[in-house]
Write a protein that binds this ligand. Sequence first.
Ligand SMILES: Cc1cccn2c(NC(=O)CN3C(=O)CSc4ccccc43)c(-c3ccccc3)nc12
Length: 292
Amino acid sequence: APVPVIPNDTLKFDRPLGEGAFGVVYFGTMDTPLRDAPLPVALKTLHAVGASVHQEVEREAATLSSLKHDHIVTFYGVCYDSSPMVMVFEYMEQGDLNNYLREHNEDSGVADYLTAPLSVMDDLQIAVQIAAGMSYLASQHFVHRDLATRNCLVGKNLLVKIGDFGMSRDIYMSDYYTFGCEAMLPVRWMPPESILYRRFTIDSDVWSFGVLLWEIFTGGQQPWYGYSNQEVITKITAGHVLPCPEKCPDDMYVIMKKCWVKNPSERPNMSALHQSILSLTKLDNCIHIGSL
Ligand SMILES: Cc1cccn2c(NC(=O)CN3C(=O)CSc4ccccc43)c(-c3ccccc3)nc12
């Protein structure tokens, strides 16, 4: 799909949303012919460093503009005639899902009379939206490699989408483990085959999705909190899995454990997971309301 080019004079930068090694992300607006009001957008700037960045941006932009789904953060296009170059995304006003979960759960302390703590049904609604987005990515044979609540964004009315601006390794440093001088890897979200052999597949994304479900039902706790990265590697490769979160329904924990089977090919696929979670949110859930 051709990457839409956005003219510089249609963009207005308002305030920074976050900063990463690769650049700063701003809140801003984009004038669009379709609407009279300017569209709120997230503007990811890239440190302009030579022609190689241009190709890198081209490649990333081509990938992102080919991914179109209700639960994937929308990429509007690239602005080349600004310095530094800018990638333009839809604006998700509630920020990243991990922060949202921590701020909207009982023990978060900041939960005040304005924000009621998330209910089990809210958690299920969040889970089913991410499952839909992941099911779509899997159908496009797109391996995410870093699925976690910190890499999902929240909009109005608990709308949740998969997407981030590549700043997680800077903002959520403790979620990554630097093997020697190698890449920073999210070991607490990784299956044994990714930790041992660096094998990242659709099936390793399913494992990470199970850990993401655990994050949702613990209100954004860090998986294996209290264990060092080395201890986590030992536990995961030894076959240990995360315990059932307190307020998590039994049938949801059953789904999580299916994502954590050792053999990648025995894990459910994202489409089946999406259906399973969807059924939990439907009528039959009201009948068993007591078990939630
Ligand atoms: C440098 C880096 C490391 C890890 C993840 N990084 C991302 N993260 C994604 O690429 C995350 N991502 C998907 O992986 C596909 S879904 C989706 C939708 C909207 C936005 C993002 C998405 C980037 C990055 C690049 C250009 C623009 C934005 C984000 N750089 C990184």
